[in-house]
Design a protein around this ligand. Structure first.
Ligand code: LLP
Length: 421
């Protein structure tokens, strides 16, 4: 499934011993396997090959330029959510006709830029946004393509923060309102209604909610057909879950097996927008144990990575498996429970709680697994900490694909006004 494996009790990424990289690069750092990244993209491509879908990797999961470039070179399009993501997508040479743009809060400036680049389409999330895109396209003297993001009101059974397809969520347009928009489409002179979009949530490990949502959308497409309204695309979003601990998510083939017949029946060109499925398993966060601290009530492993580097445990209570770069001798000591915590001045700064850990020493390296998605992309400089480096391994070589922040990076945009000098 991924290229992080023990060989002679040492954790390797592809052909390299990670501890050797850790001794050269300062910790913490993210480490990506090129082979795992491409492998997951190909897995999805293969599972859906009967439909030849356009896969638009959701770049919010990990927008390092090397990751984007690798996927774009492999034929991927990109799902973007901001002007910054459009900028990066174009920088890595993504064909604008493979870019789709979602977000409930696109600004005028962002919309103008994307219209000017003639992206494949906007995934439109409200009537007001639709009106704005129409007006801006008119100003620019061009037409813009849109897909309506449908909120199908289904329960994806995932964390509430990453549930996006229920009517209580801010995303998308309910089916009745979408129908009214399609009926009044002639009012939007500068828009081409290309398709429908849905994205019901993230880290979904079961096909059932997708089937439910797609069935609702198929009913809607039939209703449109009766009105002689034709569309070309159905974008089913992302959301495919991965393994963090003992989940048993559907494989790409199982997922495709369940939904391919439904998708085929639409006769539409299919778009997928996975982020986590592609980037998640291909990355880890490598950190060093600074101190082991035992109190009368708790044991703490204090590491040099914190919630600013990987916020998922603090924000969602998310579990990431933690491996020692050197596998402990089994049976040497009874495994004890520890909180693995960072250096940040908050009790919410933890990477694991009450985790059974093998025998470890100060100075040992640990790897937080499945951290390639929503890891670095959600990192911050909180506590004036330097954002970690990002390193990519391909075969027997490693490449720094983003340098660790410097102290200068922390201050270069701050300005002390004249009156304080
Ligand atoms: N398409 C749209 C419109 C999205 O909003 C998202 C993710 C995706 C695609 C990709 O979803 P994926 O395949 O990665 O599940 N920070 C959270 C995840 C937030 C997901 C936001 N939207 C986490 O760390 O779990």
């Amino acid at each position: 499934m991924h290229d992080f494996k023990y060989k002679n009790k040492e954790l390797y990424c592809e052909g390299l011993k990670i501890a050797d990289i850790a001794r050269k690069a300062s910790t913490p750092f993210y480490l990506y396997s090129y082979n795992t990244l491409l492998g997951h993209f190909r897995k999805l491509e293969k599972a859906f090959s009967a439909l030849k879908p356009l896969i638009c990797y959701s770049m919010k999961a990990n927008s390092n330029l090397a990751i984007l470039r690798a996927l774009v070179k492999a034929g991927s399009g990109l799902d973007i959510v901001s002007g910054g993501e459009l900028y990066k997508a174009l920088l890595v040479g993504c064909d604008p006709k493979k870019i789709v743009y979602a977000s409930v809060g696109k600004t005028e400036e962002e919309i103008r830029q994307a219209i000017a680049k003639q992206i494949l389409f906007f995934n439109v999330e409200s009537l007001s946004e639709l009106e704005l895109i129409n007006r801006l396209a008119c100003d620019l003297g061009v037409n813009a393509s849109v897909a309506l993001r449908i909120n199908p009101d289904v329960e994806p059974k995932t964390h509430s923060y990453i549930t996006t397809g229920k009517l209580t969520n801010k995303f998308g347009i309910d089916l009745d309102s979408a129908y009214d928009i399609f009926k009044n489409r002639a009012e939007f002179v500068h828009l081409k209604f290309s398709g429908l979009h849905m994205h019901i949530g993230s880290q979904i490990i079961d096909g059932a909610p997708y089937i439910l949502a797609i069935k609702k959308i198929i009913g809607f497409i039939k209703k449109l057909k009766k009105e002689a309204i034709d569309i070309q695309y159905l974008n089913i979003g992302g959301g495919l879950g991965i393994i963090y601990s003992n989940e048993k998510p559907q494989t790409a083939e199982e997922f495709a097996g369940k939904i391919l017949p439904l998708l085929k029946s639409t006769g539409l060109k299919i778009i997928l927008e996975p982020g986590r499925f592609i980037a998640g398993p291909s990355g880890i966060l490598v950190t060093k144990i600074l101190y082991i601290k035992k109190t009368p009530l708790k044991n703490f492993i204090i590491v040099d990575a914190g919630m600013n580097d990987l916020i998922r445990p603090s924000l969602y209570g998310a579990h990431h498996d933690i491996l020692s770069l050197r596998k402990a001798e089994s049976g040497k000591r009874k495994a004890e429970k520890f909180d693995v915590v960072g250096p940040i001045c908050e009790s919410g700064d933890f990477l694991a709680k009450d985790r059974q850990m093998p025998e470890l020493n100060e100075g040992d390296y640990l790897a937080l697994m499945s951290a390639g998605s929503y890891g670095f992309s959600m990192a911050s400089n909180y506590n004036c900490r330097l954002k970690p480096a990002e390193i990519m391994v391909k075969g027997n070589k490693f490449y720094t694909v983003r340098k660790r922040d410097s102290y200068l990076d922390l201050v270069k945009k701050d300005v002390i006004p004249e009156f304080l000098r």
